[in-house]
Write a protein that binds this ligand. Structure first.
Ligand SMILES: NC(=O)c1ccc[n+]([C@@H]2O[C@H](COP(=O)([O-])OP(=O)(O)OC[C@H]3O[C@@H](n4cnc5c(N)ncnc54)[C@H](OP(=O)(O)O)[C@@H]3O)[C@@H](O)[C@H]2O)c1
Length: 303
């Protein structure tokens, strides 16, 4: 099969498109003909070697943590999904930017999403929803999201809003309108954040989700007044020192189903910055490494 691969750590130009062995669906998993895969921060961080101590790779590596496509193999023990179904979901730490991908968590693609939007939802929505879970019932609560215009932050924001939270979100100037359109009360990040949040929420905030990992975690704890009210998906190192709960994505179909239902209801539309063909995988990684208003998606020409 055709796949994006790299054989060593390095810049985006270590990526190439070449033949790779086809994977098959083991028990409990499905295989899809991949139509689209998104580029998440973990993909370029792994490729660059930034995580080689914690997550050493065996080369060659096919990048990609999530994908969308057409089911073509169903592993033993899997029920509720059949060949021909259109799904999106998560593979392993890598492996989805290829003609065929094995997914171990998935949900049916909402009919109002295209495959690119579905691919963009997988890891981001899973992470956002899991990052909210420790905060419990959000109805009537005020939630602050640091990095709310990002893929994870915006997914968390729409989920929290759907659960009845009042959401304050930080973003750069260019994304203030995007947040407002989601129903989030926008503010900028950086210097003076405590004062700005205090003006927007004089009674304080009940919960904080850090989806930026920008070094602001101590200030977010001070704003919340208690590290137990703060979660982060992006700063595990500082979380340990501060007593904040760090949350990671995990392959859970039930969580993807939450995202799919919000999508089908028109409440969650993953934001795409640019869509590129598989042949442009190096450019896709280079773009994703820069800050983009939305996700970079790679399409394989078999929709
Ligand atoms: N733990 C896990 O399992 C897991 C899973 C997925 C992602 N993550 C991590 O979560 C983070 C977000 O991922 P993503 O896919 O949402 O990335 P993303 O789409 O690139 O979003 C990152 C957001 O951070 C914002 N930002 C940049 N500088 C900031 C600052 N100084 N203060 C506050 N916000 C700032 C940006 O806002 P503007 O564009 O408005 O500047 C951007 O929207 C990444 O660090 C990623 O590695 C962790």
């Amino acid at each position: 099969m055709r796949a994006a691969r790299y054989h060593e750590y390095g810049d985006p130009d270590v990526l190439r498109v070449e033949d790779a062995p086809e994977p098959h669906a083991p028990a409990g998993a499905i295989r899809i003909r991949t139509v689209a895969a998104s580029v998440n921060p973990i993909d370029w961080k792994l490729r660059a070697g930034f995580a080689k101590e914690a997550l050493p790779l065996e080369f060659p590596v096919i990048p990609g943590r999530d994908a969308a496509g057409v089911v073509d193999e169903v592993g033993e023990g899997v029920t509720g999904v059949a060949a021909g179904d259109l799904v999106f979901g998560l593979g392993g730490v890598s492996d989805t930017t290829a003609e065929f991908s094995v997914l171990t968590s998935w949900a049916k693609k909402p009919g109002n999403w295209d495959h690119g939007q579905a691919a963009a939802a997988g890891l981001a929505a899973t992470t956002g929803i899991r990052g909210l879970a420790p905060h419990g019932d959000l109805a009537g609560k005020t939630l602050l999201i640091e990095g709310a215009a990002g893929a994870v932050g915006s997914a968390a924001a729409v989920v929290a809003l759907s659960r009845g939270a009042r959401v304050i979100g930080t973003a750069s100037e260019r994304n203030q309108g995007f947040l407002r359109d989601l129903g989030v009360i926008p503010t900028t990040y950086g210097s003076g954040l405590t004062e700005r949040v205090s003006a927007l929420a004089p009674g304080g905030v009940d919960a904080v989700l850090d989806s930026a990992g920008s070094g602001s975690l101590a200030e977010l704890v001070a704003i919340a007044g208690d590290p137990g009210r703060v979660t982060t998906v992006a700063d595990a190192r500082r979380a340990g020192d501060l007593g904040v709960q760090a949350v990671d994505a995990a392959n859970e179909s039930a969580v993807l189903e939450v995202a799919a239902q919000l999508g089908a209801a028109g409440k969650y539309t993953p934001r795409i910055a640019q869509t590129l063909p598989l042949a442009s995988i190096a450019e896709a990684h280079a773009l994703a490494q820069q800050s983009q208003p939305g996700k970079i998606v790679v399409v394989l020409d078999q929709a």
